[in-house]
Design a protein around this ligand. Structure first.
Ligand SMILES: [Fe+2]
Ligand SMILES: [Fe+2]
Length: 332
């Protein structure tokens, strides 16, 4: 029997952790370039914040960058790694070949590296800019995303596997916008670009894992998954606003103003539109595997705010080249 080939065979030569140098902040750029694109920071676009002086807006953009990098670090460690190590150990709830489980170990190494450089870049920028980060607490967000497992204790392990499948197959606008934005500090663009370069392979891997998982579930389990899957997506993508609240208070907004800015900047409709955009390929993958042929799943997605996924047209992505094109914003 020929040896099983996977996209992780060339990992030792192409993974960021094996070939990329440390991401280092160019201190000359700190004063002249932007921390984050304004249009992806909802509260920076609020009229009360737009009216503030440039140095306060700059402070808020720096805080958004810190929170995004710290969120990435914590998410990799507390959500992705706990499950991917389980896949590697064969205890995640999906049966995979030994080769696929070894590939999961390579993904664990990738994710630990992503966590390391995310926090390393945050630390460097904090030190060079002299802008101290407001406190960050991942706990509330973790409890929020794990709420689906808590509400469905029989399926707790499955929910945690689906959290990772969903998160690893999302394509957010940030992945497309940040690397090509010349106004940004170079290391911020490089952080997103390098992370996305590895995630292309993770996306392809988890599309395969979902296909295997779905084929292994019995009909009652498929029905259960169809009903809680939209909640897994929405909770994974709902913006965490705690750091924004602290940062807005720090620049002098009153508690009432902070509440109003956050409520208006993160209103349910635009938040849901962002979630639909980021999840469109993931939903295409579910459609291709037959998730929406199971009774109740289309209705559950529509009730959660998705356009009827049974008739959606955005396709799943299978090949690494197609996924890369989509992440770079060169695909439909
Ligand atoms: Fe990652
Ligand atoms: Fe990943």
């Amino acid at each position: 029997m020929p040896a099983e080939l996977t996209i992780f065979d060339p990992w030792h030569n192409r993974a960021g952790v094996r070939k990329d140098p440390r991401l280092v902040v160019d201190k000359d750029e700190i004063a002249t370039k932007k921390f984050f694109p304004d249009h992806v920071v909802p509260h920076l676009c609020h009229p009360l914040v737009v009216a503030r002086p440039p140095e306060e807006r700059r402070y808020l953009a720096a805080q958004h960058l810190y929170q995004w990098l710290r969120f990435t670090e914590r998410f990799e460690v507390e959500v992705v790694l706990r499950t991917v190590q389980g896949i590697a150990d064969g205890v995640s709830g999906v049966e995979l070949t030994k080769k696929m489980r070894r590939d999961a170990m390579k993904i664990c190494v990738d994710e630990q590296f992503h966590a390391l450089y995310s926090i390393d870049v945050a630390d460097q920028i904090e030190e060079l800019s002299g802008i101290p980060a407001v406190p960050f607490d991942f706990g509330p967000h973790l409890r929020h995303i794990d709420g689906v497992a808590e509400a469905n204790p029989t399926y707790a392990k499955l929910v945690k596997l689906l959290q990772v499948i969903v998160f690893e197959t999302l394509i957010t606008s940030l992945l497309q916008d940040v690397p090509r934005d010349d106004d940004l500090i170079g290391v911020v663009r490089e952080t997103v670009r390098d992370h996305a370069a590895d995630e292309v392979y993770h996306h392809a891997y988890f599309a395969h894992v979902f296909k295997e998982l779905w084929a292994q579930l019995d009909q009652p389990d498929k029905r259960a998954v169809g009903t809680f899957l939209p909640d897994v997506i929405v909770r994974s993508l709902k913006p965490a606003t705690l750091s924004a609240r602290l940062a807005l208070a720090e620049v002098g907004f009153t508690p009432d103003q902070v509440r109003a800015i956050v409520a208006e900047s993160y209103a349910p409709d635009p938040v849901m539109a962002g979630i639909r955009f980021a999840a469109r390929r993931t939903i295409g993958m579910f459609r291709k595997c037959g998730v929406f042929e199971v009774a109740g799943s289309r209705e559950a997605f529509v009730a959660a705010g998705f356009t009827d996924p049974g008739v959606g047209r955005v396709a799943a992505l299978d090949t690494v080249d197609d996924i890369r094109a989509a992440i770079q914003g060169n695909a439909g």
